[in-house]
Design a protein around this ligand. Sequence first.
Ligand code: ATP
Ligand code: MN
Length: 478
Amino acid sequence: MFNKRTKIKVLLSGEQIGQEVTVMGWVRTFRNNQFIALNDGSTNNNIQVVAELGLLGEADLKRITTGASLKVTGEVVASLGKGQAVEVKATAIEILGDSDAEKYPLQPKKHSLEFLREKAHLRFRTNTFGAVFRIRHSLAFAVHQFFNDRGFVYLHTPIITSSDAEGAGEMFRVTTLPLENPPTQEDGSIDFSEDFFGKSTNLTVSGQLEGELGAMAFSEIYTFGPTFRAENSNTTRHLAEFWMIEPEMAFHDIEDNMNLAEAFIQHLIRYAMEHNAEDLAFLDQRLAEEEKSKPQAERSELGLLEKLRFVVENKFERITYTDAINILLESPAYKKKKFKYEVSWGIDLQSEHERYLVEKHFKKPVIVTGYPAAIKAFYMRMNDDGKTVAAMDILAPGIGEIVGGSQREERLEILEKRMSDMHIPAEEMSWYLDTRRFGTVPHAGFGLGFERMVQFVTGMGNIRDVIPFARTPKNCEF
Ligand code: ATP
Ligand code: MN
């Protein structure tokens, strides 16, 4: 019986006029004891259900409240009212689940994003989050499509890891040892040989190292999975649990890597523009309204759709880290001492610097290459100058860093030297070094933070609003 249901998105296309249908969903509003706006999440647009006088008794009419779930059978007719092309003239309405109007937290009015974050279990039922999460779905689908079309193998890298080469200090421990009285060694330190895996383990901060092992056999792989960072960054761009896409490609240099990352980002945007036009138009409108409440100087020059179109149609700017530092040093912002953090060759670019480059200077996404070796990970390929590495970060307007990547160091001796300089225990990483011992090849890869990408496409300012249930410092509800 339930599979006879017609989705509201399909109904609204108008093809069923004259047919009898069954539709199910949740009440958004109920007017004049007659007009029900019903939504099933397939689109932000509601189907208007007309309950003619007498169809429902007094008691049942009272049960049609915001949030209640209904099964409606009736005829699809062209609508006489304004605002919708078709409506359903109900012949039967069954109330599947009541919703106490006094207690239901979502009222038919505008709620703040902060309020809805507290009600994250219900916020999917709002227009904003309906749009955001349908787009998130589309983007995830487009990720797989992009790589599948190019012959990449989707590799599931582990969530639990015993290597902490990358995440020094930023990892969540995984253990079954008792918190009170854990087994200790003679020197008093915890004896992890007693732990579940017989060694110290954590949640992964990146699937890259394992991804490289796959690339050394399949040529091109990608991962797309959850990633965990115990960094205490309470920002609008950081989550403790987020999703990352990490392609890794043999026979690719830094140039190929940049080209792929650029094409990838453009593909994701184009896919959403094609498949989520309605939701994007809604979010474009939402953002425009939000911008109106900001002071002129802080408003962005382009609307959401304009921005997305611009990014799809224009090449990303490509500069070196050294160029970036020079631009910053020459900038009015620097001269007027507007930056909080110092600028000099060797610094890690702070988010204020990244945003100046993309939002004020270039006004488009920027790929920065050739970072100082000292501020980048051990596996990045050393450039001929002996000072910089073949890293590439992509900076996006309104977001800052959206991609971090590099060509990897494929030369065993140089890699080993770098590891020992950085005090990374080579013995524990022997499996990784094997790729350089047996048939090493030039290769490259990058990581795209999925939520930052969703933020970019939806225009949502806070990363907590683009993941269903955010995990951030001191917050793990639902
Ligand atoms: P940031 O400097 O912004 O903290 P990062 O240099 O730590 O980023 P990488 O280690 O290069 O980031 O990770 C690759 C990508 O993963 C980043 O470009 C970003 O898009 C995303 N990312 C990193 N940390 C987080 C986080 N805590 N929450 C959400 N996304 C993240
Ligand atoms: Mn970080």
